[in-house]
Design a protein around this ligand. Structure first.
Ligand code: 5AD
Ligand code: SF4
Length: 473
């Protein structure tokens, strides 16, 4: 099979990954100018935006939430499905309009879409008013690109896939309670539908001691929770060949005694028994696992390149449920992979009925240029795919509600994150099992783990009351 036009795929080589320090030696040149940053996509992008914000603030920019007020717009983009593309180009239309009224406005585009040749081409030819295009591998170059930018010329600087691992990155974190911590970048799995291995490059793990140090620092600053981030956390450490893997990292992070540890995303293929044992052993590793299924049909799983069968997935699921008390497991499912038959789809429903996930993100397959699956001629109509998605969602929502209802009347630990935006008399937070709870009163407990009695279950959230009003545990 020929792999079409993602040049980054061709550029993947065995070049040794280097560890580099980020340089913060740049002037505060844009003092009091305003930036507007819009983030699309996954947690990795959200965390990248925290890095971008820090550079912008060190350059002197201050954040505005109003596009119309801004002197610089940064779009941190996502490429995972076609609709993500459409959203970005739609929004770019608004920015173009604004730039007509305000010609000095700077527009920068970063993130996964920038790593696609076809997108860069489209920006060059159809969107010449975009000032800067930067990629996922050179976020730390953004200050230089902004400083060097000569207003009239478009500047495109996107590195190929051989990104290095940067240490000492500073972040403008969105929360003072929970923090994202990158443990690795990229993905080597090459699921046939997925663009991530092309836009994010090969797997590059950060050294264990650097991650542990970052968590210790966060703990000192008062953070209660860290979420370890990677496209595929179970593969952590393999590229380093230093004799440690994800279970060792989890243990070392647990020993920092930070109160809550989460991790996303797990891949069923690399999930070892030892990892399950470590998750079960430490109280501060939360009993919550996001374990993408994608499909329940063995033939589709094979075409997807997922490296497990329906039976193996269910066995792993049941093993995790058995060994980790009270664990909640969520998943991702794609319907309408090319030529998925009704029977294939029924296999997926069968896994959903067997596993009864706490919740699931469900998607219609979206062909991504440059991926092997995009070359498969598809005979299933979009209408049929939409119907399957609807049928799937009915089951998924039923089980979410059931899992939530099982908590009614129970007392659960909740880390309170902030005020409920719609109702300021309430606060919200997450249980250890990652369920959203809206709590009556309790503003004093923001940033604390409190005991909450669940009073009502809904499909996507819980209502609860602080056991003794205002008391933090
Ligand atoms: N089409 C639809 N969904 C996709 N995902 C990844 N690539 C595609 C695609 N081409 C989904 C997978 C993955 C989640 C982050 O996005 O379910 O786990
Ligand atoms: Fe994409 Fe598969 Fe890697 Fe997940 S594991 S990022 S779905 S290639």
């Amino acid at each position: 099979m020929n792999f079409p036009s993602l040049s980054n795929a061709k550029k993947r080589t065995d070049k040794k990954v280097e560890e580099k320090k980020v340089c913060y030696d740049f002037p505060n040149f844009f003092q009091n100018k305003k930036y507007f940053l819009r983030t699309y996509g996954c947690q990795m992008n959200v965390h990248d935006s925290e890095e971008i914000k820090k550079y912008l603030e060190l350059l002197g920019f201050v954040e505005t939430k109003e596009l119309e007020e801004s002197d610089l717009v940064v779009l941190n983009t996502c490429a995972i499905r076609e609709n993500a593309h459409d959203k970005v180009f739609g929004y770019l239309g608004r920015c173009k309009h604004l730039k007509r009224e305000k010609p000095e406005l700077l527009i920068a585009i970063g993130g996964c879409m920038s790593q696609e040749d076809s997108v860069v081409e489209e920006i060059k030819t159809k969107h010449p008013y975009v000032d800067i295009v930067f990629g996922t591998h050179n976020i730390s170059e953004l200050p230089r690109l902004l400083l060097e930018h000569q207003k009239k010329e478009q500047e495109i600087e996107v590195y190929s896939i051989e990104g290095d691992v940067y240490e000492g990155i500073k972040y403008q974190r969105d929360s003072k309670i929970t923090a994202w911590v990158n443990i690795m970048y990229g993905c080597d799995k090459f699921c046939t539908y997925c663009i991530v291995p092309y836009t994010r490059g090969k797997e590059r793990s950060r050294k264990l001691e650097n991650i542990v140090f970052e968590v210790q620092e966060l703990k000192k600053q008062g953070y209660k929770e860290v979420t370890l981030l990677g496209q595929n956390v179970n593969a952590y450490g393999r590229d380093l060949q230093l004799g440690y893997d994800f279970k060792d990292l989890l243990e070392r992070v647990a020993e920092t005694k930070i109160e809550r540890i989460r991790f996303v995303t797990s891949h069923p293929w690399n999930f070892t028994d030892e990892m399950i044992d470590v998750i079960a052993k430490y109280e501060n590793i939360m009993p919550y696992i996001h374990l993408p299924l994608q499909s329940g049909s063995d033939s589709i799983l094979k075409l997807m390149g997922r490296r497990y069968t329906k039976k193996e997935y269910i066995e792993l699921f049941q093993k995790i449920k058995k060994r980790i008390p009270n664990v909640s497991i969520t998943t991702d499912i794609i319907v309408g992979f090319p030529n998925e038959t009704e029977n294939d789809f029924l296999e997926t429903l069968d896994v959903v009925n067997t596993c009864q996930f706490d919740s699931a993100f469900t998607f219609i397959y979206s062909p991504r240029e440059g991926t092997p699956a995009s070359l498969i001629k598809d005979t299933i109509t979009l209408e049929e795919k939409e119907k399957r998605l609807q049928r799937l969602n009915e089951f998924v929502n039923r089980y979410s509600l059931k899992a939530n209802q099982a908590l009614e009347g129970k007392i659960v630990p909740v880390l309170v994150l902030g005020e409920n935006e719609k109702d300021k008399t309430r606060v919200y937070g997450y249980t250890d099992t990652m369920k959203l709870v809206n709590i009556n009163k309790g503003a004093d407990c923001i940033g604390q783990i409190v005991s909450v009695k669940i009073t009502e279950a809904k499909s996507f959230s819980l209502d609860g009351e602080m056991i003794e009003s205002g008391e933090c545990v």
